[in-house]
Write a protein of this length. Structure first.
Length: 266
């Protein structure tokens, strides 16, 4: 008589001679109340990367430019005009750079995929050996890897997918990735660039606007760094300090250089 706690139940399988089984106890562990394992991996890393690129540059470059101009001119209007011009040019340049980078990734992926599709037909044995080599990296011997290889050979498309992922480390880019990357980076750059210019738009006194710009931009940099660290799991405090340091240093250097150049009379 079998114990009900270890009663085996067959899983669905493609062949009656190769069914897998699991026990009732295993089922209870997997589906018991409040015991299911839910993984919280972060996704959409490409979009977040674009936002990070756009926001970090958008907050830092116009901030440094406005601070530098504040050390050379007394008119907030000039700072605003120059800042807006820089934001326009910077967002276009950054967006174009993101578009070309994403387009290049897509073209590279397609090229490598076509090469793999040819190789599994023309150099089948070499590709089989590469499968074994991949599994050896994970301490899986040839005997254990052989059934996986046999299954992949029955589905050439998945074989190519496997090689793209584990041999070349390439993931298929999302559709319209290049356009979305360009718009995301450009939009993030504009959003970040407006923040340090807001005080100059609202306050006529240049020095007062500079002080207010420093405060709100450092706060924005801190929030941005903390959010980035929280999303990617690298620590919100460390990222906040890092972004404040980089942005503040860039603005300080630009301001000092502008003051020095403005005071220089040949």
């Amino acid at each position: 008589m079998k114990d009900s706690a270890v009663t085996e139940k067959p899983l669905a399988c493609g062949s009656p001679t190769r069914c897998l089984h699991y026990t009732t106890a295993m089922h209870q562990v997997a589906h018991g109340s409040g015991t299911q394992h839910v993984e919280g991996h972060f996704e959409s890393s490409a979009t977040v990367r674009d936002i990070v690129i756009g926001l970090s540059d958008g907050l830092t470059v116009p901030f440094a430019l406005a601070a530098g101009l504040s050390g050379a001119v007394a008119s907030s209007r000039i700072v605003v005009l120059a800042g807006l011009a820089e934001i326009a040019a910077g967002s276009i340049a950054m967006g174009l750079g993101g578009y070309l980078a994403a387009r290049g990734d897509a073209e590279h992926y397609i090229s490598e995929r076509h090469r793999e599709e040819r190789e599994i037909v023309e150099r089948t044995q070499d590709e089989e050996e590469e499968i074994y080599e991949i599994f050896e990296q994970y301490s899986v011997d040839r005997a254990a890897a052989a059934p996986v290889l046999a299954s992949l050979k029955q589905n050439p498309k998945q074989w190519v997918n496997f090689m793209m992922r584990f041999e070349l480390g390439l993931e298929e880019p999302a559709a319209n990735r290049a356009h979305r990357s360009a718009l995301t980076i450009a939009g993030s750059y504009i959003a970040g660039g407006i923040i340090p210019l807001l005080p100059y738009m609202l306050v006529s006194d240049n020095l007062a606007a500079l002080k207010l710009s420093v405060v709100i931009t450092l706060i924005a940099l801190a929030l941005f760094g903390a959010l980035k660290g929280k999303l990617v799991g690298t620590g919100w405090l460390r990222n906040a300090i890092q972004t404040i340091t980089i942005g503040g240093a860039a603005a300080a250097v630009a301001y000092i250089l502008a003051r020095l150049l403005n005071s220089y009379h040949p």
